[in-house]
Design a protein around this ligand. Structure first.
Ligand SMILES: [Zn+2]
Length: 252
């Protein structure tokens, strides 16, 4: 067991949220119990995840996508009221880390993708953001487009949407989890053979084709399952608390 304050102090040092200009508050978003014993993690603090976490007896929910996004309606009504009420009635902490958890060099979503796909990291891709969140590097061995698409199917259990712009064997790739399809231009500027993110926009197709870089949309949710799970496991090992991760499937 640890106190919530100890846990949050540790997370601040580990993830350095103050380095990021984020779209939401990082750290404690909803205060529940003072003690943390039973941690549940998941990608998005949806009603379904809240219900599942409470069924497991969670005192703390750790997520990548929490609440209070920039520009959203601040009123506590509707879906937001129901979710917050459930957390508060049950005295459950909600802890959320967004960009700091994409970027962390070992526990982050992008570092976890490097491990899962055996990608060698040799740099970062930032898009327009600072600090840089995405990564770039090399495949462990040359890959064709069908080979890497198959790899994504196996590793993420997700059918990728692939925009093929060339049929050279691929040796270099950039990647950034979630909705980072806009980083494709920087990936092309770096001369990479491929770029992978979660989502795809209509214009991404034209950018990929005209920039001559293969694009793999592997799912926003599917590319962001692994950071929060790794962070939960890390906290469990560090502090001897229980941790369970829940995957509420999301096809996007
Ligand atoms: Zn995301």
């Amino acid at each position: 067991m640890i106190t919530r304050t100890e846990c949050l102090t540790y997370l601040e040092t580990l993830l350095e949220p103050n380095r990021f200009q984020d779209y939401c508050p990082n750290g404690l978003q909803v205060a529940g119990r003072e003690q943390i014993e039973n941690l549940v993690s998941g990608v998005t603090a949806s009603q379904e995840l809240l219900d599942a976490a409470l069924d497991l007896g969670a005192d703390t929910l750790l997520v990548h996508h929490g609440y209070f996004w920039r520009g959203e309606d601040p009123r506590i009504i509707g879906i937001k009221q129901r979710r917050l009420k459930q957390l508060l009635i049950n005295d459950v902490n909600l802890i959320a880390y967004h960009l700091p958890l994409d970027a962390h060099p070992s526990l982050g979503n992008n570092a976890q993708l490097a491990d899962l796909f055996e990608l060698e990291v040799d740099g970062r891709i930032s898009g327009t953001g600072d600090p840089a969140i995405g990564l770039c590097g090399c495949f462990s061995q040359e890959k064709s487009v069908p080979e890497f698409a198959d790899n994504i199917r196996q590793v993420l259990a997700r059918e990728p949407l692939v925009i093929q712009a060339h049929d050279r064997p691929m040796t270099t790739i950039g990647w950034c989890s979630g909705a980072a399809q806009g980083y494709i231009e920087q990936a092309a500027e770096l001369g990479l053979d491929a770029f992978m993110s979660g989502e795809i926009s209509e214009q991404t197709v034209h950018l990929a084709r005209e920039l001559g870089i293969n694009y793999f949309a592997a799912g926003h949710h599917a590319t962001e399952r692994y950071g929060v799970k790794a962070l939960g496991q890390h906290l469990a090992e560090q502090f001897g608390i229980q941790h369970q991760s829940i995957d509420i499937d999301n096809p996007v």
